[in-house]
Design a protein around this ligand. Structure first.
Ligand code: TDO
Length: 176
């Protein structure tokens, strides 16, 4: 069983039913009949508390949709609407059993609120030549990150602001 809650346009929070018993619990994370997107790659990253990854997207013609969740820990997950220019952002806390669907055309980033294992299913294979992003702290976007002094990758420290990267924006990224 899944509960779908729209967060920002097509960005959707998905809550899955957990079936606890003496052993622990069972949950479905994805079922094609409930959510008809095709996923072609599954990623796993581990982040220590305070780590911030983002804001990333895959440029045209290979934009990626992402279905993100945590296996252990807690993250603040952020989607930024970059379809035909910046249209807003949304953030939601994810814990095990909660997933966020981030469609193609949105940049994605998260900050780990605890040591967290994150997994996400993506709709296109990773293409290093199309790997793109915008600065996590771009004031034009104005994401309110929960923890100060984030731990960043070298790459994320150098990402351009929106104003310098508009040419990369996905114009018509499709829905899935
Ligand atoms: C994303 C990705 C990275 N890599 C490699 C490239 C690099 O050597 C190493 C680490 O890559 P990064 O520093 O880009 O990893 P990371 O900063 O975790 O990038 C990820 O951030 C989150 C927010 C997303 O939304 C993802 O799509 C992805 O962009 O892993 C792959 O082989 N396949 C992949 O799909």
């Amino acid at each position: 069983m899944f509960k779908f809650t729209p967060i920002l346009g097509p960005v959707t929070l998905i809550e899955t039913t957990q079936y606890p018993d003496d052993r622990g619990f069972f949950q479905e994370l994805f079922r094609e009949s409930q959510f008809p997107c095709r996923f072609v790659q599954v990623n796993h990253s581990f982040s220590r508390r305070g780590v911030l990854r983002g804001l990333h997207f895959q440029a045209m013609p290979v934009p990626q949709g992402k279905l993100v969740t945590v296996i252990t820990g807690r993250i603040y997950d952020v989607a930024v609407d970059l379809r035909r220019g910046f249209k807003g952002w949304a953030g939601v806390e994810l814990t095990p059993g909660k997933l966020l669907w981030i469609p193609p055309g949105f940049a994605h980033g998260f900050q780990a609120l605890e040591d967290s294992h994150v997994i996400y299913f993506v709709t296109r294979e990773f293409s290093p030549q199309h790997d793109a992003g915008v600065a996590w702290d771009d004031p034009e976007i104005g994401v309110r990150w929960p923890l100060p002094n984030p731990i960043l990758s070298e790459k994320d420290r150098k990402l351009p602001r929106l104003a310098e990267s508009r040419a990369n924006f996905p114009e018509d990224p499709g829905t899935c």
